[in-house]
Design a protein around this ligand. Structure first.
Ligand SMILES: C[S@@+](CC[C@H](N)C(=O)[O-])C[C@H]1O[C@@H](n2cnc3c(N)ncnc32)[C@H](O)[C@@H]1O
Length: 221
């Protein structure tokens, strides 16, 4: 099963519409300048590859060794690496961006998965979640295909929508966490969405109070 899934997601990752929607989500977080981007549930590595192309030190993590083997074979440009690992073992505060594309939809406890992903962020970090929306239905996919601009990869959009038929879409209830605000961007004409979670306040030192300054002066004197 996992070798088949790795083959399927590698093929999906080559489809123009799939690559474009993930490229748009990655581009919204800007150039990396060597900072760390951790893609969890990376599959064959599309998001990590796109991040490395934009100058991030991109690392992909996946439970499934077949996915990681395929990601390694596909390779890519820039500072890019893949490893077998679970979202339950993320190093705290280790990445400026943590991303999860089509990961949460398959998990039973999405809220604790989101809490785990957030724990890996640096204080000013961003969690990027990419998932299909409730609009991703076979009829809507078919309507999108009929616009005629998806080329020979169009059938993969229909297949993707069929695979989502029984899944409960990821939404605000799964993602909202105390101390973080959510920003949603529509992708692929609303069939998918990118969510960015950022701390409502970046932890910082409060400016010193008058008492602090006076105490400091007393100590120096
Ligand atoms: C639907 S695939 C998505 C692959 C890729 N992110 C994409 O968008 O094309 C979900 C991936 O999440 C991985 N996964 C599931 N649970 C995981 C966990 N607890 N920790 C790490 N990876 C996990 C699966 O092995 C699978 O490769």
């Amino acid at each position: 099963m996992s070798a088949f899934a790795a083959l399927f997601f590698a093929r999906l990752g080559r489809a123009g519409f799939y690559r474009a929607l993930h490229a748009e989500a990655v581009a919204r977080l800007g150039a990396g300048g060597g900072r760390t981007w951790l893609d969890v549930g990376c599959g064959p590595g599309l998001v990590a590859r796109l991040a490395a192309e934009r100058g991030w030190r991109a690392r992909g993590l996946d439970l499934d060794p077949a996915m990681i083997a395929r990601a390694g074979r596909l390779g890519g440009a820039g500072d890019l690496g893949f490893a077998v690992g679970s979202l339950d073992d993320l190093a705290p505060g280790s990445a400026t961006v943590v991303s999860a594309a089509s990961l949460l939809i398959g998990l039973a406890d999405r809220r604790s998965a989101v809490a785990g992903l957030l724990s890996a962020l640096t204080p000013d970090g961003v969690l990027l979640v990419v998932e299909t929306t409730p609009a991703m239905r076979p009829a809507a996919a078919w309507a999108r295909i009929r616009r005629g601009d998806l080329g020979r990869d169009a059938w993969l959009l229909l297949l993707w929508s069929l695979a989502r038929r029984r899944a409960r879409p990821v939404g605000v209830d799964d993602l909202a966490q105390p101390g973080f605000h959510l920003e949603r961007t529509e992708l692929l004409d609303g069939l998918a969405a990118a969510w960015a979670l950022r701390r409502t306040q970046t932890p910082r030192r409060d400016p010193p109070s008058r008492e602090d300054v006076e105490e400091c002066h007393l100590k120096v004197a």
